[in-house]
Design a protein around this ligand. Sequence first.
Ligand SMILES: Nc1ncnc2c1ncn2[C@@H]1O[C@H](COP(=O)(O)OP(=O)(O)OP(=O)(O)O)[C@@H](O)[C@H]1O
Length: 722
Amino acid sequence: MAKVNVLFADTFDKAYQALDATIQRRVVDFMLKLRRDPDARGLDLKQPHGPRDKRVWTARVNDNFRAVLWRPDAYTFYLASIKPHDDAYTYAAQTVWNVNKVTGGVEFYDHDAVEEVLVRSGDSDPSVAVSAGLFDGVSDTDLDRLGIPPTLVPVLREIRTVDAVLGIADYAPKLASQVILALADGKTTEEVWQDIVAPSTADEKVDPEDAAAAVDRPSTRETFAVVTDNSEELERMLLKPMSEWRVFLHPQQRRLAYRPKARPYNGPVRVSGGPGTGKTVVALHRVKALADALPASSRPQILLTTYTNALADLLARLLDDLGGPDLTAKVDILNIDKVVRDVLRQDTEGQWANVEILGDAALASRWNEVIVELAVDDSFDRPFLVSEWEQVILAQNIRTRDEYFAARRAGRGRRLNRADRAIVWSLMQEFERRLDRDKALGFKQAAVRAADIATGWEKAARPYRHVVIDEAQDLHTAHWILLRALAPSGPDDLFIVGDPFQRIYNNRVALSSLGIETRGRSHRLTLNYRTTRQILKSALHLIDPDSYDDLDGGSDTLRGYRSILRGGEPEITGYPTQASEMAALADRIRRWHKGGIPLDEIAVIARTNATAAAAVNALQAAGVDASQLRSGQAVDHETGVQTMTMHRAKGLEFRAVAIVGVDARHVPLETAVTPEDADRLEHQRDIQRERSLLFVSATRAREALAITWSGRPSQFLPHRAS
Ligand SMILES: Nc1ncnc2c1ncn2[C@@H]1O[C@H](COP(=O)(O)OP(=O)(O)OP(=O)(O)O)[C@@H](O)[C@H]1O
């Protein structure tokens, strides 16, 4: 018998999750049976009356339930849903299927449901429909070129209202939904082609009659997952809630992660994209693809790293979700500081194995000591010295006075003459001498030493074959040199994922200058899976999208960044006092909770620990369960509303987010911004970083967002705050 292909749609998965456990078991048996012998009698394949597509069937799962499927040829089955007997026949008759001419992907939709949207919105009522069609300016040829299924074109011609567009986007196939939303938003057909359609087009010429050839296309797999012969794996795919990211990838996500083995990446790859575009998802799937291709070995050959400990823990949990222990056994998942620490530990001959690594607070008090004891005047304050140390001395691994005098200080706003340099160098030298004396290092300094050690290793001694990096925008130059040295240069060596718009630490690099060449291997994701269109729009108002550089000295853009999710408008509100702001916060949270959002799916985010603590106190006093999530601490779902700083919120997501204390003193935080007259460039960068913090915070929200303040509003919200 020829190979049987059985695939199930994301809608099938949802219908499955609504069934009770005994029927779920029957469903898995049914799927496996269909795969083994599609002509088995018990399957009872029958066609509905008057179908829109003659290749649609229903099949028996048990006496009460039937599956709805498309059988374009004898051996190919696409499962759409599972429904009670009569509903299954009705639904089967209504569905329209096709292989998309542009993407080559199989897609389907419920045509009757789409027509009902037009009736409900009044758009199809001839007595009302006097206004112009919303898509009159787009020709049939263009709609065809943009991958709109032919049967949807007449429907689009009837649309007159935005309500109808939104309703139809809920039912249309994925690509068509994105295209019509973007056209309705006023994007030109060329923009829609470039930003939405082109990344999903098929690699080869598409034969719309050949549904079997479509099975493996990335755009088919955006909606359909392949049924394998492993019942456990199948149950895992169907069962886990929120599992979509594990199974249904955007064509671009799939192409990036599951590159054919025969065509490895010929060097480092860089993937960028706005918040919520599934960068972490791509990194996790990339790890899986690399791991699947590796033979079992005694120690992990893949390093998956990110900036903070909390994010590394999150990655470990997600990777386990994706592939279980077979996968995680092949991967070291470490935050960047642990990577540094691991390398230093291997320096058993040298002086670094047992060194103490100091955090920012400990370093700050040492700087203060040096300044008080040595500085002749106050022309170089601690913020200046810290950034000079990190951005110049450590970034260029400068060890001598001569090297410092010859150093490039590009990007540093304050010019230093020779006399200035002499003073700064003497302060630096003394600062480092004291650390040496105490056998201590700062975190970034530790990274420099670790990079020195690792770059000295023979190629064969490099511990990993593949390094996958998430949240790359926040790594320091020394981290990059270190990571570069951990895997030998070669195919599939580095996979780098990050978003410059979310840079919240003061590190910036040009990767190519560090021997990490990603030119020709840089990709950008644009479809947001997390956040509603309404929230995204508000979040985008918080930043200036034209002023962000990428990791390679170029500029990054959010062009094409979009969502197809829908929800309410964010609330952006000021209050006279902090007490009234907090009282409103408690009310808002009660409202969200009453609306069905569990407390632990609600986050309160503030710029400082103090404001976060004030929010926790106010909520507790108002009888709302809340706790503060500290840095390094994992989310505890037992403790009610999760309250945290903007830094801690990075990489997380919640159904509802309230950002509090967004006033003129705290956002941007006065103490975190270099005065403009002290250093204009540094000032601009600080402001941008503060903006990014607010942007990161707002984009953690999936369904509901509130931004509030008391007193004078933040300068980042001026036009709405008035
Ligand atoms: N193909 C997909 N199908 C369904 N959900 C997805 C898909 N890709 C990503 N998601 C979901 O979208 C959300 C954001 O994904 P992810 O965290 O990977 O994005 P990100 O780009 O790393 O975000 P950020 O930079 O804001 O931290 C998650 O809930 C994830 O499960």
